[in-house]
Design a protein around this ligand. Structure first.
Ligand code: PMP
Length: 425
């Protein structure tokens, strides 16, 4: 079919239920990692016969693979609407990309970040001014404006997410970019949860840096991107030291010359070539689709889910801004009298629905949404939620994208109605 490249692999695969039966999986955990697109599978299959090292080999397979790797960079550049002069550095994921940026920020830079961020975006900075969760998008803009005005002279960087991984809410990044520009500051955007759902154009929005992960964009794990201005990256020590980053190395311990290309400087070692080719294939497939169609589908399902949740007594959706912000297909909620973990396990075992529970690597934000000022430290750290959640102050998150159906949403709503109406978990 014409839409085959945009089909996800494994949709509706059978999963076991507690009662011994099986059911087609309702994957509502796209915000953690999205399933792979058929287009991604095809791109990997095409690349495999010429599987070889990049940049250094003279053989034909090396040339083909190097071309594919560098073409992927240009595909990502155009997917993000990055400037020709921008660096597009391949990283492992968004966490790695944000850490690379933190590594490259000149010393003395004032970094300003909202407390609502994912830990990947909240934590890498040596020193950061943390702004509390704003009560509205307008307040987010004025808080950033104030913080930038009060920041000492010198480089300043505003770091913000484009779409929350907890509530799906969209942040006013165009306006925040304007504010940053007005103050002569830079803005870095965590687009991990935006790019699977909406187009992003760095030039139009005036963004200095963007980070995202392939595995949330319908490609496999292990490849991500930091795109943006090259100057700080060019001036920073190589993120990793080794082959590729070094332009010349002297005998006898003489000075090492590092590459001045930001990409080479920060991509030492053999890169994740297949991951990068896959990530670029996902970018191409999504960009070639018409975002409007995806958005329309998603908004229909999102409205159905939110309306359904609101109608179930005992279920409370977590939202920062209510209807004051547009959002992507991510919804977090709690069920009265139930731990998030028990809800998630029941949804899985009794209904074949995959959701995530926990604090979604955004502890301060989830505490804020739950009205809990502080998290109790969990014994042992992890509670089956990737070390980022569990315990009493957690929520359940349903998230979706290409391949999600009304049946998945309805199954979740039916299940929650039973859970919320039934004996406590
Ligand atoms: N930022 C946001 C908004 C995210 O949702 C995530 C993943 N949950 C990350 C950053 C980190 O992504 P990764 O785990 O791929 O590094």
């Amino acid at each position: 079919a014409a839409s085959a490249p945009l089909q996800v692999i494994g949709a509706g695969a059978p999963v076991p239920l507690n009662d011994g039966g099986t059911v087609g999986y309702a994957n509502l955990d796209y915000a953690a990692s999205a399933p792979c697109l058929e287009a991604v599978h095809e791109a990997i299959t095409r690349a495999l016969p010429y599987y070889s090292s990049v940049h250094r080999g003279a053989g034909y397979a090396s040339q083909v693979t190097t071309d594919a790797y560098e073409k992927a960079r240009e595909t990502v550049r155009s997917f993000l609407g990055a400037w020709e002069r921008d660096a597009v550095v391949f990283t492992r994921n968004t966490t790695d990309a944000m850490n690379l940026l933190a590594h490259a920020v000149p010393s003395g830079t004032t970094v300003i970040v909202f407390e609502t961020e994912h830990h990947a975006t909240l934590l890498p900075w040596k020193r950061a001014v943390r702004l509390p969760a704003p009560a509205s998008p307008v307040e987010a803009i004025s808080a950033a404006d104030r913080a930038l005005a009060e920041a000492p002279a010198g480089p300043r960087l505003l770091v913000v997410t484009a779409a929350s991984n907890v509530t799906g809410e969209l942040w006013p990044i165009a306006e925040l970019a304007n504010v940053a520009r007005r103050h002569g500051a830079r803005i870095a955007v965590d687009a991990a949860q935006l790019v699977p759902h909406r187009p992003l154009d760095m030039k139009t929005l005036g963004l200095d840096y963007v980070a995202f992960s392939g595995h949330k964009l319908y490609a496999p794990f292990g490849a991500g991107v930091l795109a943006g201005r090259g100057d700080w990256l060019r001036a920073a020590e190589p993120y990793l030291k080794g082959g590729g980053a070094s332009a010349s190395v002297q005998n006898g311990g003489g000075t090492t010359q590092w590459s001045t290309s930001p990409e080479q400087r920060h991509e030492a070692g053999t890169p994740n070539v297949l991951g990068v080719i896959a990530l670029a294939a996902a970018c191409e497939a999504l960009a070639g689709t018409g975002w409007d169609v995806l958005k329309e589908d998603e908004e229909r399902l999102l409205a159905r889910l939110r309306k359904g949740l609101a109608a179930i007594p005992g279920v409370r959706e977590l939202t920062l801004w209510g209807d004051r912000s547009d959002r992507v297909g991510i919804v977090s909620f709690v069920v009265d009298g139930w731990s998030a973990r028990d809800v998630a396990l029941t949804l899985s075992g009794d209904y074949g629905i995959g959701v995530r529970d926990g604090k979604f690597c955004a502890h301060p934000f989830v505490h804020h949404l739950l009205g809990a000022s502080e998290a109790p430290l969990e014994a042992g750290g992890a509670s089956g939620a990737g070390g980022c959640g569990g315990g009493q102050t957690s929520a359940v998150r349903a998230s979706f994208g290409i391949g999600t159906t009304e049946e998945h949403v309805d199954r979740l709503l039916d299940a929650l109605a039973r859970i919320a109406g039934g004996p406590r978990g």
